[in-house]
Design a binder for this molecule. Structure first.
Ligand code: PAF
Length: 282
């Protein structure tokens, strides 16, 4: 696997790869786990070549968030990406991606202030700005993101639509631990006790999804079910438990169409998110 850190070199290398077939992009912040590797596997299935990026993006962390302690495991990440068959890794520095004096940002209005955006001001502006830059630098045919970050997907889909990026956004299913916890680079922050309690996120989603499978369509009932389950773990501080439209992230009164059950909670300093997509084809 070739590793590049310069934008100019990456632009030339990506152009070469596109000439030889289709090019997939898998953007990451490193600290790779099986969820990321499932994105690479999907990218390899679909496209001739795969480029991955590792960039811990300072623009998407708030002043009191975990930018400094975010896990950085570059050597292990490179070994995993090589084993997974990635052609090129782009791993730029912060100075390279966000040069002094840069004043242009991508703001996806509305959606960026919902769900995680409501609790992390500026987060999606940071994500959209960096992903837009990666799309311009690499010009992939397809770009792969995890369904776990459902709000991020909605923001990026809106950005691609509104700014006419010539790229297809591909969402890949959430990968879970055997006990159901969604994989996240932040799971490694959890203490043994918090790790056990963290399963309440997906158990609350499962309870609501189960009701839905038995015919319940009222969002208030589904939301109350999630909230009650989450409240059974008082040390888990809930940020949101919501039933929303997966594209706009606006609250839904009923779930006769497709709907997203989404939860976010804090265990100590660690913020976790999870979701479940409900599809009705009635
Ligand atoms: O999902 C992530 O890891 C990040 O938000 C992304 C898409 C790489 C942008 O920094």
């Amino acid at each position: 696997m070739e590793i590049l850190t310069s934008i100019a070199e990456m632009q030339i290398a990506a152009r070469e790869l596109r000439r030889g077939g289709t090019l997939a992009l898998v953007p990451t912040m490193g600290a790779l786990h099986a969820g990321h590797l499932s994105l690479i596997a999907a990218a390899k299935r679909d496209c001739t070549h795969v480029a991955a990026t590792i960039f811990v993006n300072p623009l998407q962390f708030g002043p009191n968030e975990d930018f400094n302690r975010y896990p950085r495991t570059f050597e292990a990440d490179c070994a995993a990406l090589t084993a997974a068959g990635v052609d090129i890794l782009f791993a730029p520095s912060a100075e390279m991606m966000i040069p002094d004096g840069a004043t242009t940002f991508v703001e996806v209005g509305g959606i960026s202030d919902r769900l995680d955006g409501a609790h992390r001001p500026g987060h999606f502006r940071g994500v959209a700005t960096i992903v837009a830059k990666l799309f311009h630098i690499i010009e992939p045919d397809r770009a792969y993101f995890g369904q776990k970050d459902a709000a991020q997907l909605a923001v990026l889909r809106a950005m691609v639509h509104d700014l006419n990026f010539f790229v297809e956004i591909v969402a890949c299913p959430i990968v879970r631990e055997p006990d159901g916890l969604a994989l996240s680079s932040r799971n490694r922050y959890l203490t043994t006790e918090q790790r056990i309690r963290a399963t309440i996120l997906h158990r609350s989603l499962d309870a609501a999804a189960d009701l839905h499978a038995h015919g319940e369509r009222n969002s208030q009932v589904l939301t109350a079910t999630m909230q009650q389950m989450l409240a059974s773990e008082p040390t888990v501080i809930v940020e949101y438990a919501a039933v929303v439209d997966p594209d706009t992230l606006l609250p839904l009164a009923d779930t006769t169409g497709s709907a997203l059950l989404a939860v976010a909670a804090r265990l100590g300093e660690t913020r976790l998110i999870d979701n479940h997509l409900l599809g009705n084809f009635e």
